[in-house]
Write a protein that binds this ligand. Structure first.
Ligand code: HEM
Length: 528
């Protein structure tokens, strides 16, 4: 550590400063004033009142009082690690994204795994979706692939996100149950939202109680676009596959682990990385064009659907290795700000209405959580490539533009004139043609809510199917209102008759409730 070109600990005469006789750094205030006594506040007499004059005491308590920031509104509990992504081959024919141009190239990454519903201090083995968020620090800016360990989602349109999250969080009057979906509000919303049925099958399966983060898949969920150097585009789905394979625990194990060690998943990742067992995942791509997309009954813009790998195998294109824990949990894991809208040239969005809503939400929520429009200047969020912009000031601005110019165009030369736009290198949006009038409608192609739920259920082994039935019985048995249970069984009848009967029996229903209307049509009519 230096002060100017002098070592911080040496004074001008060569004498040591801020270092005690025993070799420890001297404790200082934030202003660097050395502290003589950190055990006693300054008082008028040993038994007298504390003095306002005690700047060290006041600074210490003031800072402590302001230590907390809001926890994430969702995915509050998480754990992160550093690592790298390494390409297997060049994908230059598919995308101009710099990260995919050269075989064997490594890009630094930060990954945060999380649960969705619980608060920051909740337990790790809740039955829940897991977040799988990756920040790639590429040479053309940060790319955030903010995914989950389940390939589909509960809702088709981001306007429903506050509703699904309110319903799964603790009930507003009771403030419980915490960190679990087993309650009336959640199942009420789900039973009134048939589009969630595919996701519900996954959430009731063993996928939602993973053995550890190291044994989970990850999914970008939405259809994205890859754009090549000539402007041609394909659609893509991103999938992470763990080299260790997938493992889950049993529900009974999850309940015991939560009681005995609520940090089970954190401890697992920490221990694995600290002992050199670096977890690895392969990034696999499903790439397809518009004709292929048009060949399905469902819509590739619908985030409640996946593209079966039997129809389109996912091709491995690189590996992710996590090999370093953060030095400080708060500075890195807590302050990392993932945002779906962070995409480099060559990777773009589709019109998936859930993704489009997310692209607004993440920037907005980071400002609320991190408190300053300069959160991108925090080391964990800052790009690792050169970056130059003209944004300035605001709370905690530490990297204001240099030189004379904080606007452009300007007349000044490169030394003081600031950055210039580049048609050659810059991000050019794929010029997708707009479709139809401005309306609040869903396309009919978003209308089938049961086929893929059924496909998922029957793709499971018998024991896994039994776990789904057990989970549904357990969860729905926590619902006090019979109508909610019955509505859910009505949906299950459209997915699998045996599953519906098992759940009805498990819930003690005397008669099987009527099946939900098959594939309720979304509102597709134009207003008069
Ligand atoms: C946080 C994934 C849908 C809003 C997160 C995180 C993940 C994630 C992984 C945690 C990031 C971290 O570790 O810091 C997903 C996936 C979705 C989805 C895969 C659907 C496919 C949505 C939607 C919205 C939304 C539709 C809103 C319209 C948020 C917010 C946060 C968050 C506000 C908190 C961010 C923070 O404070 O850092 N999401 N999400 N998400 N998500 Fe989503």
């Amino acid at each position: 550590v230096t002060y100017g070109d002098q070592p911080l600990r040496r004074g001008q005469g060569g004498e040591t400063h801020q270092i005690a006789e025993d070799g420890y750094d001297v404790l200082t205030t934030q202003q660097g004033i050395p502290v003589a006594d950190d055990q006693n506040s300054l008082k008028q007499g040993a038994r007298g009142p504390t003095l306002l004059e005690d700047a060290h005491f006041r600074e210490k308590i003031f800072h402590f009082d302001h230590e907390r920031i809001p926890e994430r509104v969702v995915h509050a509990r998480g754990y992160g690690a550093h690592g790298f992504f390494e390409t297997y081959k060049s994908l230059s024919k598919l995308t101009r994204a710099d990260i995919f141009q050269r075989e064997g190239e490594q890009t630094p990454v930060f990954v945060r795994f999380s649960t969705v519903a619980g608060s920051k201090g909740s337990f790790d083995l809740a039955r829940d979706v897991r977040g799988f968020a990756v920040k790639f620090y590429t040479r053309e800016g940060n790319w955030d692939l903010v995914g989950n360990n389940i390939p589909v989602f509960f809702i088709q349109d981001a306007i429903k996100f506050p509703d699904i999250i309110h319903s799964v969080k603790p009930e507003p009057d009771k403030a419980f149950p915490q960190a679990q979906s087993a309650h009336d509000n959640f199942w009420d919303f789900i039973s009134l939202t048939p589009e969630s049925m595919h996701m519900i099958m996954w959430v009731m399966s063993d996928r939602a109680i993973p053995r550890s983060f190291r044994f989970m898949q990850g999914f970008g969920v939405h259809t994205f676009r890859l754009v090549d150097g000539k402007g041609a585009s394909n659609f893509v789905k991103f999938i992470w596959k763990p080299k260790l394979g997938m493992q889950s625990v049993l529900w009974n194990e999850a309940v015991k682990i939560n009681g005995a060690d609520p940090d089970f998943h954190r401890r697992d990742l920490w221990s694995a990385i600290q002992t050199g067992n670096f977890p690895e995942w392969e990034l696999c791509l499903q790439v397809f064009d518009q004709d292929f997309a048009d060949s399905f009954d469902f819509d590739v813009l619908d985030p409640t659907k996946l593209i079966p790998e039997e129809l389109l195998p996912a091709q491995p294109v690189g590996r992710l290795v996590l090999d370093r824990m953060p030095e400080n949990f708060f500075a890195e894991t807590e302050q990392v700000a993932f945002m779906t809208q962070n995409v480099p040239p060559g990777i773009e969005f589709s019109n998936d209405p859930l993704l489009q809503g997310r692209n607004f939400s993440y920037l907005d929520t980071q400002l609320k959580r991190l408190g300053s429009p300069n959160f991108a200047q925090l080391p964990i969020n800052a790009p690792k490539c050169p970056f130059h912009h003209l944004q300035q000031d605001g709370h905690m601005a530490i990297q204001n533009p240099r030189g004379r110019a904080n606007y452009e165009p300007n007349s000044w030369g490169p030394d003081i004139g600031g950055p210039r736009e580049s048609r050659e290198q810059g991000f050019e949006t794929f010029p997708q043609e707009p479709e139809g009038p401005k309306v609040r409608l869903r396309p009919e192609s978003f209308g089938d809510h049961y086929s893929q739920a059924r496909q998922f259920f029957i793709s499971q082994s018998l024991i896994e199917q039994r776990h789904i039935g057990d989970a549904l019985v357990f969860e729905l048995s926590k619902c006090e209102f019979p109508a909610i249970r019955e509505r859910m069984v009505g949906h299950l009848r459209n997915i699998d008759a045996d599953l519906a009967q098992t759940v009805a029996d498990g819930l003690g229903l005397k008669t099987l409730p009527p099946a939900a209307p098959p594939n309720q049509k979304p509102r597709t009519d134009l207003p008069p």
